[in-house]
Design a protein around this ligand. Structure first.
Ligand code: HDE
Length: 758
């Protein structure tokens, strides 16, 4: 029987050295060449994977108590040591010549401790610096198996993943809820190598060619003189760029829509943006666009909420993701693909699939689900995992290939390059979070932070000293082979195709697909952002761009800016709206929604306990808000207070319930009388405390469901909330209130409360 290694070696040698002549009819290859030198074929068994390159060892446990659990302790071992392992008797006092004398240069522990600390920070990402991440698993449905041979897409194949969400413009310490695009980058640790799907929550991009990326980012980042504003697009340089460079119009419109201020990372769609190419086992190809669809639906903040959250809880999205996962409300997304025939022109229904500023409406090409991702574990260490994870569009596996999208081509270069300066050298792939779970047999050597201890003397190919190992794989042995896609005969030129010239028809499609309330949010966003610009010429130019999208949009923003609107554009088309672009209209699961329950000592605490339990049973999170901290009914059946009037702010809650007074027909006023003199009744304090009134008023203005029972509603009027307004539920018991609120919450907000004039 033929040795398989020898067969592989012979095949590889013939492919590389051409010993049997051109097999594929490659034109232009000389017919007569000197006979090739033979590589050794007496193979040794390939070496096992390098011990230092196995997969990450730790994935943080969920739901475990903090504290004494050894797996969660910062240190292991009984004694504190230096980095070299010498035990330390003291880490609080520098070595000095006497208690009040000079510090001695000899103190190695002092210098080691301070020096290490001095170098704790690494450069933050040049874009997407602010992020949060989680571990999870992806399970293939098998529906993509006919399109792609990628093993992780097979039916029921389970693949570990690590996902990092991010904002784009802000620094690492900036607020989560700013108006911006969100990154949605997924690392699949497949058995065939790492596949990174480095996407965004917006399906189009500002630019069509990577060479413009530094311009786009320089314009969006803070002004270089004062380094303000932080994490904002509401400034002159951003609007200067996007109005002069109108291929940015479509992405800018998405940013100004509710998509720019997501309610949660758990409630965002994700998009691969570019068109990719799937390859099946027989080599047949299909063009695809990747979509992540969140099981919880796509939901957003309202702008005022986003602004308040940026101040009162800059970690709003980071906290939300970690809390939900810790509570067991694991967020899930379906991965889906829109498929297009891999035709020579790479267009679909007249849309250029290589233009990253264009979508293909889902009505024209439905998103077909191919797998489910569940995020089920928080990182154990932010720096080691979330900060050091390094994504790259070039991390591909057999069955998934790129297209000639010029934006994607630039990314194929950029991601590897940026990691080298950010992570200090070329060995970032050895960091635990970046290690592939597939065996590694590379011939990359040395470099900064090399942690593998390579053996042998022949890290080169061909070699005879290591028996010729490692051998090259072919398609039948799982090699990643680029699709031999035709390249149109052409000439070198710094040009773009004519199909990239249409900058307005798809923004118009997006605008026409919005509901009135979503349109009003867009108008408000443009008015706010342009209102923050100083240059009149930039505002006027922005209005000229808006006139090319829609005259009503332009007029409304112009009115807000106090400027004349340019006349209507005679070239406007009327594309068929795409319902899939609107966020409104569905009914969604309530997992992880946060219900604030306002109560105090005088409240119907049995009712509060019942509501709390019902909220938990529904997979939501109850937070009791009281005038002061501690416990209510501390001597009886205590109810823990999670928020006080000082610490609660409306943005944290999806709905607010105002507890009433105990007893049949009881009301808050009655409760107050019962406690006459000590002034602790719920309504008594909430009615007069401006913080509680603000809580209720803001929740109302932000379209959140409000409920009250047994007199709790006496807070409504002083808070400026009409008791008969939509989404305000007043019932006899807490249970009845919660039932009605849950129904309202399924729609995310009480949309009837907004009365758009558009
Ligand atoms: Fe990125 N992008 N990008 N980008 N991008 C980076 O890589 C770049 C683009 C995206 O959580 C950087 O490791 C160029 C589109 C995400 O770690 C950098 C171009 C899309 C993340 C880089 C683009 C993205 C990045 C900075 C234009 C959506 C965060 C740090 C051709 C499909 C990944 C890093 C994470 C990060 C370059 C355009 C998504 C500098 C040159 C389009 C989600 O390499």
């Amino acid at each position: 029987k033929k040795n398989p290694l020898r067969a592989a070696a012979e095949k590889a040698a013939s492919a590389v050295l051409g010993s049997s002549g051109p097999e594929d009819g490659v034109p232009g290859k000389p017919a007569a060449v000197s006979p090739p030198l033979q590589e050794p074929t007496a193979a040794q068994e390939p070496l096992p994977p390098k011990p230092d390159q196995s997969g990450p060892e730790t994935v943080s446990p969920t739901g475990q108590p903090t504290g004494a659990d050894p797996a969660r302790m910062a240190q292991s071992g009984a004694y504190l040591t230096t980095a070299q392992g010498a035990r330390l008797p003291d880490t609080d006092h520098s070595l000095k010549a006497g208690p009040r004398g000079p510090v001695l240069l000899q103190d190695h522990h002092l210098r080691e401790k301070i020096t290490h600390f001095d170098h704790e920070r690494i450069p933050e990402r040049v874009v997407h610096a602010r992020g949060a991440a989680a571990h999870g698993v992806f399970r293939g449905y098998g529906t993509a198996a006919k399109l792609s041979k990628a093993a992780f897409l097979a039916k029921d194949a389970e693949t570990p993943v690590f996902v990092r969400f991010s904002t784009v413009l802000g620094s690492r310490g900036s607020a989560d809820t700013v108006r911006d695009t969100r990154g949605f980058a997924t690392k699949f640790y497949t058995e065939e190598g790492v596949f990174d799907l480095v996407g965004n929550n917006i399906p189009v991009f500002f630019i069509q060619d990577a060479i413009k990326f530094p311009d786009a980012i320089h314009a969006g980042k803070p002004h270089p003189d004062r380094e303000i504003p932080q994490a904002q697009s509401a400034h002159d340089t951003f609007w200067d760029f996007v109005t002069l460079h109108t291929e940015a119009t479509h992405h800018t419109l998405w940013n100004m829509s509710d998509r720019g201020i997501p309610r949660s990372y758990r409630m965002m769609e994700g998009f691969g943006v570019h068109t990719f190419r799937l390859v099946d086992a027989a080599g047949a190809t299909t063009l695809v666009k990747f979509h992540w669809k969140p099981k919880l639906g796509v939901h957003s903040l309202v702008w005022e909420e986003a602004q308040i959250a940026a101040g009162v809880d800059p970690d709003f999205h980071r906290r939300d993701l970690a809390d939900a996962i810790e509570a067991g409300a694991f967020p899930e997304w379906e991965l889906g693909v829109q498929t297009f025939p891999d035709t020579e022109d790479q267009t679909f229904e007249g849309i250029d699939l290589l233009d990253a500023t264009k979508i293909v409406p889902e009505e024209l090409a439905p998103v077909q689900p191919i797998g489910l991702m569940t995020l089920n574990a928080n990182p154990s260490n932010y720096f080691a995992e979330t900060e050091q994870v390094a994504f790259h569009t070039g991390h591909l596996v057999p069955g998934i290939d790129v297209t000639d999208d010029p934006l994607l081509a630039g990314r194929m270069f950029s991601y590897l390059d940026t990691q080298i300066s950010r992570l200090g050298g070329p060995n970032f792939g050895q960091l635990p979070i970046n290690r592939t779970h597939a065996p590694v047999n590379d011939m990359l050597r040395d470099g900064m932070h090399q942690t593998a201890v390579h053996r042998g003397v022949a890290p080169y190919r061909p070699n005879s000293l290591d028996g010729g190992c490692p051998f090259l794989a072919g398609e039948d042995t799982g090699a990643f082979v680029e699709v031999p896609a035709a390249v149109a005969a052409s000439r070198k030129a710094r040009e773009k195709p004519a199909s990239f010239d249409d900058h307005y028809s798809q923004p118009r499609l997006f605008w026409l697909s919005m509901t009135p309330v979503e349109r009003e949010h867009i108008v408000a966003a443009y008015t706010f952002e342009l209102g923050k610009c100083y240059e009149q010429a930039i505002k006027e130019r922005a209005l000229a761009v808006l006139a090319r999208i829609d005259s009503r949009l332009c007029e409304e923003v112009a009115a807000g800016l106090g400027l004349p609107a340019p006349g209507p554009d005679s070239h406007l088309t009327d594309p068929e709206p795409s319902q899939a672009l609107s966020q409104l209209g569905g009914v969604w699961p309530l997992d992880g929604r946060i219900i604030g329950i306002v109560a105090d000592e005088a409240a119907d605490l049995d009712g509060v306990r019942a509501v709390r339990q019902a909220v938990l049973d529904a997979g939501m999170v109850p937070l009791v808000i009281a005038p002061a901290g501690g416990k209510l009914d501390a001597d009886g059946d205590p109810v823990t207070v999670q928020r006080t009037f000082a610490t609660a702010r409306s943005v944290e809650f999806d709905a607010i319930v105002l507890a009433g007074a105990p007893g049949p027909g009881g009301d808050a006023a009655g409760a107050r009388d019962a406690k006459a003199g000590d002034n602790t009744g719920t309504a008594a304090q909430a009615v007069t405390d401006p913080r509680a009134l603000l809580l209720v008023n803001e929740a109302f203005r932000h379209g959140k469901a409000l409920g009250a029972w047994a007199g709790g509603d006496s807070v409504l009027a002083p808070a400026g909330v009409p008791a008969d307004a939509p989404g305000v539920v007043i019932a006899d018991t807490g249970a009845a209130v919660l039932e009605a609120l849950s129904e309202l919450l399924g729609a995310h907000r009480v949309w009837e409360r907004f009365t758009p004039q558009i």
